[in-house]
Design a protein around this ligand. Structure first.
Ligand code: GUN
Length: 300
């Protein structure tokens, strides 16, 4: 019936279903934690200004908290907020024992010194894992918190049975939120899911990478996190590769990722859709980190 070259349909990695499953597990853990400690972990969500995409993300985060039994507080500040005003709020949240997690939604307005703000968050409440202490611990292979989107990527690979040990992973994009931390996680000797889901040979590409297509075609697993709609085309992908699309780009036609999904379908072995791929995992792993932060501050 089929020739040796016949293409089988790729595995569509259903991040929404995986996220829902993990949220169910987190809800059980939260229920048990509250029953035992009689305290409810609380995430403080800080949004400065009215960026429409950020408003949507923040709403998802608040809804996610409610879904798994975590409390959340919203702190919405005007667009013209100064660095000093935002630092004062962060300090107040650091000092509040009822607040166990602090998330400052990015991007911040231009006048704010974002580095100073992220540095000011108590690293034990740093559920984004953006504080230099948490970045350093991850780099050294002894993470406390894992950053939400890279942790979500690892969850999708793990729960889909896609091992990374010994594979060539190519990451396109060198952001502090996705590119650098996912590379740091996959290159370690082990991780939250053991050595099979670490020990990759990792290459990071960026805007200055020569012969980009040659490099991306070497990836058994290709992770796109550049923020450019449909940047990754079929010629850039090794036949049979696993493609993880972290992009969320708003076009008039709707949401699209960083990869040309339809163009890649005939050549890849597995791929994440947009929406419904990595996006749902980012919120889910934030909920996980919020519970972890409470355990860290209040004890088991
Ligand atoms: N903006 C885009 N992604 C993120 C994220 O993971 N955390 C925060 N705080 N802001 C973001």
């Amino acid at each position: 019936m089929s020739s040796l070259n016949a293409h089988t349909r790729p595995l569509i990695l259903d991040g929404k279903a995986i996220g829902n499953q993990i949220q169910k597990e987190i809800k059980q853990q939260v229920d048990e934690f509250i029953f035992r400690t009689k305290r409810q972990p609380t995430l403080a969500v800080v949004l400065v200004g009215g960026d429409p995409a950020s408003q949507v993300y923040v709403a998802h985060k608040e809804k996610g908290c409610a879904k798994v039994g975590l409390a959340s507080q919203r702190h919405f500040l005007p667009e013209a907020t100064t660095t000093g005003e935002l630092l004062a709020l962060v300090q107040q949240l650091n000092a509040d024992p009822a607040v166990t997690g602090i998330l400052v939604q990015l991007p911040l307005p231009k006048q704010i010194d974002g580095t100073a703000v992220l540095d000011a968050i108590d690293w034990r409440k740093d559920v984004d894992a953006f504080h230099p202490t948490n970045v350093g611990l991850l780099s050294q292979g002894r993470p406390r918190f894992l950053p939400c989107t890279p942790f979500g990527i690892l969850q999708v690979l793990y729960r889909s049975g896609i091992k990374v040990a010994g594979k060539r992973v190519v990451v396109i994009g060198r952001s502090d939120i996705v590119g650098k931390p996912i590379a740091a996680m996959l290159v370690q000797r082990t991780g939250p899911f053991g050595p099979d889901f670490a020990n990759a040979t990792v290459t990071i590409c960026h805007s200055q990478t020569p012969q980009l297509e040659e490099v991306t075609r070497s990836g058994d697993i290709l992770i796109a996190a550049i923020g450019q709609p449909k940047f990754v085309t079929a010629e850039m992908v090794k036949p049979g590769a696993v493609v993880i699309d972290v992009g969320i780009n708003r076009l008039e036609s709707g949401l699209v990722g960083d990869v040309d999904y339809d163009g890649l379908l005939p050549t890849v072995s597995a791929i994440t859709p947009v929406p419904g791929g990595i996006g749902p995992l980012t919120v889910t792993m934030l909920l996980h980190n919020t519970l972890l932060a409470a355990r860290l501050q209040w004890g088991e």
